[in-house]
Design a protein around this ligand. Structure first.
Ligand code: ADP
Ligand code: MG
Length: 364
């Protein structure tokens, strides 16, 4: 039932706009795969999704479903269904008839359409809710009905535009579990827009990261975190550590010293910024030496921020901190996360241990 989807240099410039809302975006999604389109507000995510659905007409480029160009196909002929942030249910219809609506309009008998809709209500774990008015539902339940209605159309591609972002965190994680269960049972190809990288990491197999209409990186989630292709990607994924320096013969040199490229990585000669995830940095006692595969850096705790069960530490390099009062040091810093129970206080000296395998170098 599910189809492959490919975008080939999709571009959309709205009338009167000075730059393209979507600028030559290409990616492909395998049948049954879930792709998250991630990016800040205004980066063109919804425009990509609406173009796929046929709700926006691209300025140029192609959209291929199972290899066939869908240009010229009306939205309802594309074999797609879309769920928006707001569920857009018909308030005068019952839950069941909302789900059965499209099939009824398409000419199926009411009895058949309702029997079919009942199955999809079960799939979204709303069995027994069919006869209720939709006005009696909670936000999370409404969104489940919207999902059931979309799935009842048996889409080859399911399009989701920030479908869970209006829900509170607990409901949102229930919906993530539900989406996983749906994927296990009916395996539609899914494209989901989100501005939340944690959500992208939870639901998606791959992520297409957009900024100002451009595709910055299309990759598995883990690589966006650990192998960003640019400083933009590193920052949009929440990376905090940036060490400006120079690469010579595969070795990066910066304020923390020399770091050789890990096996399988090639770093081009010239100026480059070493990035490494703050989650990968360990904090050991002052004077600790580096275990095999780690770079040890003498630091002093410059700031400490509570993050619930974790604490985030800003670590100034000791060389620069030696004569300055704690917290007043400019210049390169490291960031690390430790359990909140670690008693590392501001002003305390420590050793940051950076795993070489977690380091990558991007253009500045
Ligand atoms: P996102 O979903 O990532 O927040 P959008 O795709 O909605 O971003 O918008 C991308 C850009 O296109 C924004 O600059 C937005 O203002 C512009 N845009 C979106 N829809 C329209 C429209 N119908 N007319 C004009 N400009 C639009
Ligand atoms: Mg949007």
């Amino acid at each position: 039932m599910s189809a492959s989807l490919a975008l080939d240099a999709l571009t959309k410039t709205f009338d009167g706009a000075d730059h393209a809302a979507v600028d030559a975006v290409s990616f492909s999604v395998a049948p049954g795969e879930c792709l998250a389109i991630l990016g800040p507000s205004g980066s063109g995510k919804s425009t990509v999704l609406r173009s796929i659905a046929g709700l926006d007409v691209p300025s140029s480029g192609r959209i291929l479903v199972d290899g066939a160009d869908v240009a010229g196909l009306a939205p309802e002929r594309r074999g797609m269904a879309m769920v928006f942030q707001r569920p857009l249910l018909f308030p005068h219809l019952s839950v069941l008839d909302n789900v059965a609506f499209a099939a009824t309009v398409a000419g199926q008998s009411k009895r058949e359409a309702r029997a079919d809709a009942t199955q999809f209500l079960e799939l979204v774990q709303l069995a027994g809710f069919g006869s209720r008015p939709v006005t009696a539902l909670s936000g999370g339940q409404e969104q489940r009905v919207a999902l059931a209605r979309a799935l009842a159309a048996r889409p080859r591609v399911l399009l989701l535009d920030e479908p869970f972002s209006a829900l509170d965190p607990e409901l949102r994680s229930d919906m993530h579990a539900l989406l996983a269960a749906i994927r296990a049972q009916v395996a539609p190809t899914v494209v989901m827009v989100t501005h939340d990288r944690d959500e992208a990491a939870i639901v998606a197999d791959r992520v297409a990261l957009l900024k100002r209409g451009r595709l910055l990186q299309h990759d598995v989630v883990e690589r966006l975190y650990t192998r960003p292709v640019s400083l933009d990607v590193s920052r949009l994924m929440g990376g905090r550590i940036e060490l400006a320096g120079v690469v010579r013969d595969g070795v990066h040199e910066s304020a923390i010293g020399r770091v050789a490229a890990p096996a399988g990585e090639t770093w081009a000669d010239g100026a480059g910024v070493l990035v490494v995830r703050q989650e990968a940095v360990q904090v050991a006692a002052a004077g600790a030496s580096a275990p095999e595969g780690f770079v040890a850096v003498d630091v002093v705790v410059a700031e400490r921020r509570a993050r619930g069960p974790r604490a985030e530490l800003a670590l100034a390099l000791t060389d620069q901190a030696a004569d300055a009062p704690a917290g007043s040091v400019d210049g390169p810093r490291l960031t690390a996360e430790v359990p909140a129970s670690r008693p590392l206080a501001i002003g305390e000296r420590a050793t940051a241990l950076i795993p070489r395998s977690a380091c990558t170098v991007v253009a500045g």
